[in-house]
Design a protein around this ligand. Structure first.
Ligand code: CP
Length: 324
């Protein structure tokens, strides 16, 4: 069974294959008819237990562009509110003939459980689980970085060797940060995390990255800065500096953006909290790739679905988490 559960499960060659396939998929978006017949007759369910705008809609767009039949499931308004379990929900959907499940869940590990429990036979794609992983976000970020820092055509077959990426903000609660540290390291980039001491996870010393508490000294040395959303909904108020204090020390405004090298880009996975981690001036500037990242997300999700369900190429990944 093939799944995509964690960015840590991808080898360099897996990741480069996905990025190269996504470049092919991006050409479909440039055509007058933005569709491929690849997944005709296959059914994909988008199983969302947590809110989403970008991931849910871009998976749906990707599935439709590959001609799959799409079922959208949101926990709100379903029998989950009556106490139905993940197992029973998944088996109910599989009884309807599902080939793949795209799952977002508030509990870290839910996609892994679904993929390895024997409850269902469908391929499982993690669309974000708790504070654990969001592998397609990391892939679309790597795709954006490769296009901007290496080149759309010259980047084919290439990784991100030597590129310096700074990830800033609420690392503690961020599955985006964890996925990006794993994938960017695999692709040869040098990653620095910058966060207030209260928002740095225990055990970060074992992650393949540097940690700094000083944003201003880090900015002049990076090729890209990735701002994270402050996830107040997952946070105990006691952990959090005041909004004013946070944006003063860790927010990206116009003055700080001017410290970046001229070629460097500003990234944000969305949703952005303007005025907190990023000012409107920066978010709306030509250096911010947040909207481009969303567009790239459709190509990446088409590539992942194609490789897992429809492609003749080697597998995207076997979950090595299973072997640990
Ligand atoms: N980046 C991201 O995962 O956004 P959504 O929560 O809107 O899907």
């Amino acid at each position: 069974q093939r799944h995509l559960i964690s960015a840590a499960d991808l080898t360099r060659d897996d990741a480069v294959l996905i990025l190269d396939t996504a470049e092919e998929m991006a050409r479909v978006a440039d055509r007058p008819i933005k569709k491929l017949p690849t997944l005709r007759g296959r059914t994909v369910v988008n199983l969302f237990f947590e809110d989403s705008t970008r991931t849910r809609i871009s998976f749906e767009a990707a599935e439709k562009r590959l001609s799959a039949d799409v079922i959208n499931f949101s926990a709100k308004g379903s029998s989950v509110s009556k106490g139905e379990s993940l197992k029973d929900t998944a088996q109910t959907l599989e009884a309807m003939g599902v080939d793949a499940v795209v799952i977002r869940h508030g509990a870290s590990g839910a996609p892994y459980r679904l993929a390895n429990s024997g409850w269902i036979d469908a391929a499982v794609i993690n669309a974000g689980d708790g504070t654990h992983q969001h592998p397609t976000q990391a892939l679309l970020d790597a795709f954006t970085l490769r296009r901007r820092l290496v080149g759309r055509d010259t980047g084919l077959g290439q990784d991100l060797s030597g590129k310096r990426i700074t990830i800033v903000g609420d690392v503690l609660h961020s599955r985006v940060a964890r996925s990006n540290v794993d994938l960017l390291h695999t692709l040869g980039a040098e990653v620095t995390l910058v966060a207030p001491p209260t928002l740095v996870p225990v055990g970060v010393e074992s992650w393949p990255c540097e940690v700094s508490y000083d944003l201003d000294s880090t900015l002049p040395k990076c090729d890209a800065v990735m701002m994270l959303r402050v996830q107040r909904e997952r946070m105990n108020a006691a952990f959090f500096p005041t909004e004013r204090e946070y944006s003063r020390r860790y927010g990206l405004d116009g003055d700080r953006m001017a410290r970046l090298p001229e070629h460097a880009i500003v990234m944000h996975p969305g949703p952005m909290v303007r005025g907190m981690e990023i000012t409107a001036e920066v978010a709306d500037s030509g250096r911010c790739t947040a909207v481009e990242q969303v567009a790239n997300g459709v190509s990446i999700r088409m590539a992942v679905l194609y490789l897992l369900l429809g492609g003749n190429e080697p597998a995207v990944t076997h979950s090595r988490t299973e072997e640990k």
